[in-house]
Design a protein around this ligand. Structure first.
Ligand SMILES: [Zn+2]
Length: 83
């Protein structure tokens, strides 16, 4: 938990509440880190890492294995996005 500043009244409130207890206005949390992890960001990250790994394997050693890993990464990435 951390404190954010209410855009309505300027008082510091917890970022875990949806509305400000002071003025009752809606609170929009800063989306840079919070929004990403909530939106299946973990799986998207894993999928992206797999794609990069697959490309690296394909370029450096085994093309067939590399494209297999990259395809799995795309699947994981897409699955993470859909949720
Ligand atoms: Zn407020």
């Amino acid at each position: 938990m951390k404190l954010i500043r209410c855009p309505g009244c300027g008082s510091e409130v917890s970022d875990e509440v949806a509305t400000c207890p002071g003025c009752g206005g809606p609170l929009t949390p800063i989306p840079e880190s919070v929004g990403y992890t909530r939106k299946g960001g973990k799986w998207s990250g894993i999928g992206f890492a797999l794609v990069v790994l697959g490309i690296l394997i394909g370029v450096l050693s085994n093309y067939a294995l590399g494209s297999l890993v990259a395809l799995a990464g795309v699947a994981v990435f897409a699955a993470g996005r859909l949720r």
